[in-house]
Design a binder for this molecule. Sequence first.
Ligand code: SF4
Length: 335
Amino acid sequence: MGTSLLEFDGLHITLPVKGAHRTVIHRVDLTVPTGSAVGLVGESGSGKSLTARSVLRLLPPGARVGGDVRFDGSSVSAMDPAALRTLRSREVAMIFQDPRAHINPLRTVGDFLTEGLVTTRGERRGAAEARASDLLREVGIADAPRRLRQRPAELSGGLLQRVMIAAALITEPRLLLADEPTTALDVTTQAEVMAVIDEARVQRGLAMLFITHDLALASAVCDRIAVMYAGSVVEQVPAALLYDGSCHPYTRALLASRPDPGAGAQPLRAIGGRPLSASEAGPGCAFAPRCPAAQDLCTAERPLPEPTGEGRAACHFPRLAHEGAPGTDRRTRHV
Ligand code: SF4
């Protein structure tokens, strides 16, 4: 593990709703070391995307942010406009789920790719286009000169996401924020696009915060996994230990609800109940209404993240996969 490039230190976010402020991120403590990939996993509405957007201060109007987000040691909330511009245009690049929503449909692919280099870096258009062509070829788009002249409507979703990846790489950032980059694609294209991102990231030694609801995909391309629930990171674990070393009941429930190709016609296992939002969670553990290991303490007191071997979990009664009975109190067990 390298030094920390990105650090979330007690991140807390509220948004204005009908005259009051509602909590949307309760607490995120997380680090992304230089050159490493961290997967941020959880159900829809758990706060993954807002966490990523806080890195670039791209939050909805009226958002109040507590705690700190630091990039390379500098607090993002304390950055002046010039530093924030540098962060957004050079240091950190974002890949969104739906490229069509983030690429101007009236401009050509070439304009989209080269605009930043020409306007903020003062590069000559010819040099910028040559670089854009090289990147299109690198992300697997043939006939790059023709593609540069096309408009987004002329490209498939898979090709457009490759253009988005090229746009993210063109400024040579140090950190990629990839927000469900393959969710909107068909299964075959998903695998191809994920391979392009992974290869480009590893070759360049980029750090990545990879947001997904797909635990298996995250564990395949990331070094470390952070699981979010109701606006909090509830567990962090090395990706290699996810299946056998994670011990938060929510993580275990997510793993147990994955489709099993060998299970024949068995019905899928689902997590009972419904996910709570951060603002609905009471004073105790937000997962308590759905947790098979919940005990009285769980509804009375919110658990804080504590070490669990090579990971951390916010649970009063964490348990490993091979431990049978629910509820082994962390304060008496050895991990
Ligand atoms: Fe379950 Fe209690 Fe742990 Fe929450 S703190 S996940 S309710 S065991």
